[in-house]
Design a protein around this ligand. Structure first.
Ligand code: IMP
Ligand code: MG
Length: 175
């Protein structure tokens, strides 16, 4: 497998949309910026660019969910890192790289909700709604994409390709 020759989403398009997303979020939080929770590892580049558009007062912490694909399960999700900042009574905005089946986002949303935040919303750079297995609707979406396995800008395939600046489709090697 290899990245497609042409990006699915160019670097400039990504950056422009992330700036717009930050404006949408600013408008949705007139009383003060939310505490942003970056979902490791895929969202690191998105979160870094997004919070810098949000403004100097933006707070950032990290959460990590890993899915385990066993023979009989289609993916059990466990949290392997939780935020250090106390989320109680804070407006919390989750920053996801991609919502696919919706399983990871659901586990993260449920865990954060149990910390009694003042409010809780989900912002995802990419959404693949055609793959959804669990009902979850992001509050803010960068791009809705078809059912392709995508890489780059934080998204990996077996830990590779995260450092690409644009988003590509992973394709079989031709020839
Ligand atoms: P879920 O299926 O919505 O729980 O997504 C689980 C995780 O799978 C995401 O957070 C990503 O880390 C990963 N994932 C899903 N689709 C893709 C993709 O197209 N490329 C790279 N990673 C993906
Ligand atoms: Mg992820």
């Amino acid at each position: 497998m290899q990245p497609s020759e042409q990006p699915l989403i160019e670097e400039a398009t990504l950056q422009q949309r992330i700036a717009e997303l930050a404006q949408e979020v600013q408008r949705a939080y007139p009383d003060g910026l939310p505490l942003c929770l970056c979902v490791l590892k895929g969202s690191v580049f998105f979160a870094a660019d997004f919070v810098r558009h949000l403004g100097p007062g933006a707070e950032l912490d990290f959460i990590r969910a890993r899915s385990y694909h066993g023979v009989h399960s289609s993916g059990t999700v466990a949290l392997t890192h939780t935020p250090e900042i106390d989320l109680k009574d804070r407006p919390v905005l989750i920053l996801e790289d991609i919502v696919d089946t919706g399983r990871s986002a659901t586990v993260i949303l449920d865990w954060v909700a149990a910390q009694n935040p003042a409010s809780l919303r989900l912002c995802t750079l990419l959404d693949k709604p055609s793959r959804r297995e669990v009902d979850v609707t992001p509050d803010f979406t960068g791009f809705t994409i078809p059912d392709h396995f995508v890489i780059g800008y934080g998204l990996d395939h077996n830990e590779r390709y995260r450092a690409l600046r644009a988003i590509y489709v992973l394709e079989p090697i031709s020839k």
